[in-house]
Design a protein around this ligand. Sequence first.
Ligand SMILES: [Zn+2]
Length: 337
Amino acid sequence: MRAAVYKGNQQFAIEEMADPAPGPGQLVVDVEFCAICGTDVHAFMYDIAPPGSVLGHEYSGVVSKVGQGVERWKVGDRIVGGGGEPPPTLATSRGPRFNYRNEGFPLNKVRAYAEQVLMDEWEPIAIPEGVSSQAAAMCEPCAVTVHAVRLSKMRLGDTVTVLGAGPIGLLCMQVARAAGAARVFVAEPAPARAEAARRLGADAVIDPTETDVIERMVDLSDGLGPDVVFECAAAKNTLDDALQMVRRNGQVMLVAITWEPTELLPPDWMAREVGVQASFGSRPEDWRIALDLIRTGKVSMEPLITDASLLPLDDIQQAFEALCRPSTQLQMVVKHG
Ligand SMILES: [Zn+2]
């Protein structure tokens, strides 16, 4: 099989690797779609991923081989590459609160920028009828936003702001709406992303390069500020913006990661006793909820993934280079085969 191997120094090489063979209790998945995650882009940009690793954790595919003793899956089953409930012994060995992002960038695990992935029987979840494999590849990022919304103090009827309309922001606004947010405001400078937020029903989309985003968000939410701000931008000043615009006793949810020191000016917001809650990765139940939101149409992938989003494995180097710069792209997805 072919795989995009990370070589270090912002370089991928497409290499031939041995096809994986399933051991007892394992299966092999032929990857169909693998979405490019912002975390992978950061791993590339800041050279965090170890040389030799094969990244890609947002994927869907078809079971092509099953090992001895596998009962849950058969050849031809469509799956999402994660979301399964680990067996209790494994869950406790990985800590009491199993989370899908705690693995980081493992060297010993070839993931879905390869044509095939070896999985343990418990790892994948089935794609329900009526959900395309393309949409199902986005289950992981959707689960990340489900995790954030469920962890937040957001309640039915709340006013919410989402900073950043990249894939995570666009999913987060839909999930917040599904969870009962009455009004959802979005801040996003890139026109294509702002337009996607509008198409997905944002009540207002603000360009922070043209408007004072703090003042505007406070105005829009009756002069009080939003109840909850989801920080999905991870730009230089967005965390401080979030803290400044949120309502008294409101909450800032940290969803996207900034890999740089961030300046904060506490006198502007500490008197309002705002709360900050970090949200990281997702748990198995978040994946099941995400898939159900996709199945029922409460979360749409359509404005995120267009024909222009799909690229062959051979173009992965250019795609990552493009995603390092502020861009017009929404979600980029590797389409195998
Ligand atoms: Zn991801």
